[in-house]
Design a binder for this molecule. Structure first.
Ligand code: ADP
Ligand code: MG
Length: 278
């Protein structure tokens, strides 16, 4: 897969792209493996043609840091994936960096980069399916850019921080979008909650998808079901604060009725996750 994806405003010829790919691979290795500093991210983002400036860090999560960047005068979001600070066994904390062989660091780089690949591809598929997600713009190595949801460089609020005027409507909008993501794009979000839904232009927007789980003929359908249940419970719980009570199990059933990979329809009767053919 190319490092400079086709929506990148600086998209070059395939030859240029191949060179950029190799260069990016070499150069992002350091940034993915070490702590990201504002200056190093800014330098990378500009050098890789992902942004023309980096304004400030919006958030530092476990796996990624989020920055407000500029493409010319337009604000965009840059997400930089790095090694988990504490939870991964290959983290710098566990001494990995000190003993890194080039082969191992290459593997780790691939792992970090993979989050950006998954997020970019899934955002693109969701966007194409008409779901309200930030449009992905470009990806190079472990860096990803996307549409900035917000105004005057002020980011949109998370659902947890807004007071909705028409909560029932918003509940339906979220479920409609999530159903499209599950039924048509074939993914379970895996971390859907009031923290990963933004409120912008009178619409809920689903964000933060790198942990999403693909629901296809090879998947563990029990696992998919339990992730889906968790996501739906989180959303149902949020709306209970508005006095709206809905049954997460019933909604789950609507989702499962809408889509289950054909070879996994009997997954509940199967033992030990084996696949039963129709
Ligand atoms: N496209 C975006 N537009 C505006 N704000 C964003 C956007 N993406 C992320 N953010 C902000 O950054 C925060 C963290 O982003 P998120 O993708 O949830 O990463 P993580 O939770 O892994 O740190 C979000 O809660 C939101 O406030
Ligand atoms: Mg998040």
């Amino acid at each position: 897969m190319s490092r400079v994806e086709k929506f990148n405003p600086l998209k070059g010829s395939s030859l240029t792209r191949e060179r950029t790919e190799q260069k990016a691979k070499d150069q992002t290795q350091d940034s993915a493996l070490s702590e990201l500093t504002f200056d190093s991210v800014k330098e990378d983002a500009i050098r890789f043609g992902l942004a023309t400036d980096l304004l400030y860090q919006m958030n530092a999560g476990k796996e990624a840091s989020i920055y407000l960047a500029l493409w010319k005068e337009h604000p965009i979001v840059l997400k930089a994936y790095r090694l988990y600070r504490s939870s991964h066994h290959l983290s710098a904390k566990s001494g990995f960096q000190g003993v890194a062989s080039s082969k191992r660091s290459h593997l780790v780089l691939q792992m970090v980069e993979n989050f950006a690949v998954v997020e970019y591809d899934l955002l693109m598929n969701c966007f194409r399916a008409g779901i309200h997600v930030p449009t992905p713009i470009g990806r190079v190595g472990n860096y990803l850019t996307m549409r900035f949801l917000g105004d005057n460089k002020q980011a949109a609020a998370k659902l947890k921080d807004v007071d909705l005027e028409h909560p029932e409507l918003v509940f339906d909008q979220i479920l409609d979008d999530y159903l499209i993501m599950y039924r048509d794009v074939h993914y379970v979000h895996g971390d859907l909650s009031k923290y990963n839904i933004l409120w912008w232009q009178e619409q809920p927007w689903i964000i933060d998808v790198p942990q999403a789980y693909k629901v296809d003929t090879h998947c563990d359908m029990r696992h998919a079901e339990s992730m889906l249940r968790e996501d739906l419970r989180n959303v149902v719980l949020y709306f209970e604060s508005y006095g709206i009570y809905r049954d997460a199990e019933q909604i789950l059933q609507v989702f499962l009725d809408a889509y289950i990979p054909h070879n996994l329809r009997n997954y509940r009767e199967s033992t030990g996750g084996e696949i039963i053919e129709d």
